[in-house]
Design a protein around this ligand. Sequence first.
Ligand SMILES: C[S@@+](CC[C@H](N)C(=O)[O-])C[C@H]1O[C@@H](n2cnc3c(N)ncnc32)[C@H](O)[C@@H]1O
Length: 118
Amino acid sequence: MSGVFPATSMPDRDWWRTLWPDPVAVLRLLGIKPGMTVLDLCCGDGTFTGPLAHLVDGKVFGIDLDPAMIAQAQEEVARWNSSVRGWFCADAMEAAKLLPDPVDCVLLANTFHGVPGC
Ligand SMILES: C[S@@+](CC[C@H](N)C(=O)[O-])C[C@H]1O[C@@H](n2cnc3c(N)ncnc32)[C@H](O)[C@@H]1O
């Protein structure tokens, strides 16, 4: 549970999977469709990045501040037999500078809570 600061890292994996049992359904409800390019901003352990990469055939960028989260998200994408266009271990504030191309959608899920000073 420890991370770069208290708001990084993920909650207990079993609890997270109980809370989000069907990430693909969530992504579809959000209007994400094959053909779109999507940024998973603050991707965490890849709970959404894996299904997302599968849904849009790898047209995904993932950003997270915590290198341990990026590593877990990479494993999750591999578990979905998929790939992404790029990973960035960086502050979300840098997203516009980092992305090589515009995206159709930015997914920002369950993030920016408990940030010191907010
Ligand atoms: C609770 S997790 C949610 C992960 C994922 N979006 C999900 O819904 O499963 C929040 C993630 O946001 C990342 N994060 C927090 N502040 C960030 C920032 N300023 N820039 C990039 N990532 C950040 C944390 O490292 C953590 O992995």
